[in-house]
Design a protein around this ligand. Structure first.
Ligand code: ARG
Length: 461
């Protein structure tokens, strides 16, 4: 049997494989809510402009409401033969009210319909993600305030570099997430134009009011070019790009949690709620949630790459290739949401082992830069020379297997005779971090102020 929505010029129905490759209902049923919202706005406009009678418009509106209820209650039966969400809804409409249902598709095409549905979906997803990223920022900033003065080693090249504070480290992620929110916000602003009324590709001969449908659906304005309207998926690319970078940020934090929670580091303890055991090794506490957040960034980056490749070289206007924009996007945005929730839970529960972090910061000569800076400040040595002198002192301490502060003054003076005992004041890690008062530096006073500022901003807005 030929398709009941478009089968007029067909004698036979599609091959089973054709239906298999063509139907999108298995995934685009998730656009049901948006599809009905778009249709409701469209029919209201058709009525207002006199294109459809008030009686038909009322019947359509009422039936759309019933269909929404059926879908919400899981009573709607989706059909593959009807290809996609748009035709499934329209077919049910005609079952419910007969011929007036056929008037809904006046001055519209599935091409602008799917474009508007997907914009509505992505816009709602962005709003949800913004709230979730903010929740993670809050968890990080709260933990940072609590541990603004907890000293830990800061790393470069994964080698202990200089002492920093745990709060400072956490606030670095608050900054990254703020940029992520900014990127989503930018994407949302450009997304917020309404393609409905572009019809198949060329616009329509009916006297429609595109501004009315744009407003009814919360868009800032209608899109300006009908060809661009049905072929543009930039809003998805931008959103996935923001999602990919956010996921990459989460993967970096996840990796640090994995390292910190290992017994070799022992910097943090993950809660039972976010750890798993081993089926064979009873002693294990595995950071599976963090590992999965680290890994799931792959599929989010993958969704961005796939969509870019779908779009590359695609001529105007609509091609069925564009149906491949959805599955990866649904998956990527949901995955990011799950990762954010898991990370927020992990951070909230995270218990730093302040003693171990401090001990690690004290080891490995992390205050060597402080010693070099002291030589510059107090003895007026050029920094390069101070660096060299400090290197020799570190080498001596390393030979003896002791920390810098455990060397005697005489031992240090053997290398640089002008050194005085005041130098010991900069060899401790607390003094080191407290001295890093430059703007954006790790001094606990800075970290407290920055955490408080973030908390006020996050709670205020
Ligand atoms: N399911 C289609 C999609 O997701 C809807 C648009 C179909 N348009 C068409 N002319 N066949 O892109």
């Amino acid at each position: 049997m030929s398709n009941k929505m478009w089968g007029g010029r067909f004698a036979g129905g599609p091959d089973a494989i054709m239906e298999e490759i063509n139907a999108s209902i298995d995934f685009d049923r998730r656009l049901a809510e948006q599809d009905i919202a778009g249709s409701s706005a469209h029919v209201a406009m058709l009525e207002k402009t006199g294109i459809v009678s008030a009686a038909d418009a009322a019947a359509i509106r009422e039936a759309l409401g019933r269909i929404r209820g059926e879908i919400e209650r899981g009573e709607f039966s989706f059909s593959r033969a009807l290809e996609d969400i748009h035709m499934n809804v329209e077919s049910r409409l005609s079952e419910l009210i007969g011929p007036p249902a056929g008037r809904l598709h006046t001055a519209r095409s599935r091409n602008d319909q799917v474009a508007v549905d997907f914009r509505l979906y992505v816009r709602a997803a962005i709003d949800g993600l913004d709230a979730e990223i903010k929740a993670l920022q809050l968890a990080l900033a709260e933990k940072a305030l609590l541990h603004a003065g907890a000293v830990m080693p800061g790393f470069t090249h994964m080698q202990p570099a200089q002492p920093i504070t745990f709060g400072h480290h956490l606030l670095a992620y608050v900054e990254m997430l703020a940029r992520d929110r900014g990127r989503f916000k930018d994407a949302r602003a450009r997304l917020n134009e309404c393609p409905l009324g572009a019809a198949a590709l060329a616009g329509t001969s009916f006297p429609i009011d595109r501004t009315a449908t744009a407003e009814a659906l919360g868009f800032d304005r209608p899109t300006a070019n009908s060809l661009d309207s049905v072929s543009d998926r930039d809003f998805v690319v931008e959103t996935l790009a923001a999602a990919a970078l956010c996921a990459v940020h989460l993967s970096r934090l996840a990796e640090e949690i994995v390292l910190w929670a290992s017994p070799q580091f022992g910097f943090v303890r993950l809660s039972d709620r976010f750890s798993t055991g081993s089926s064979i090794m009873p002693q294990k506490r595995n950071p599976d949630a963090a590992e999965l957040v680290r890994a799931k960034s792959g599929r989010i980056v993958g969704a961005l790459t796939s969509l870019l490749i779908v779009l590359k070289g695609l001529p105007l206007a609509y091609s069925k290739d564009l149906q491949e924009d959805k599955e990866g996007t649904f998956d990527a945005l949901e995955t990011l949401s799950l990762c954010l929730a898991a990370m927020t839970g992990m951070i909230g529960d995270l218990e730093p082992d302040v003693g171990r972090m401090r001990a690690a910061a004290g080891a490995a000569y992390a205050t060597a830069t402080d010693l070099a800076d002291w030589l510059v400040r107090e003895l007026d040595l050029p920094f390069r020379e101070a660096h060299h002198v400090t290197g020799r002192i570190v080498a001596h301490a390393a030979d003896k297997g002791v920390g810098l502060e455990e060397l005697s003054l005489a031992e240090m003076q053997a290398i640089e005779p002008r050194l005085g005992k005041a130098v010991f004041s900069v060899l401790g890690v607390e003094n080191s971090v407290a001295s890093r008062k430059s703007y954006g530096g790790t001094a606990p006073a800075n970290v407290t102020a920055a955490a408080e500022k973030w908390l006020a901003a996050l709670k205020g807005a």
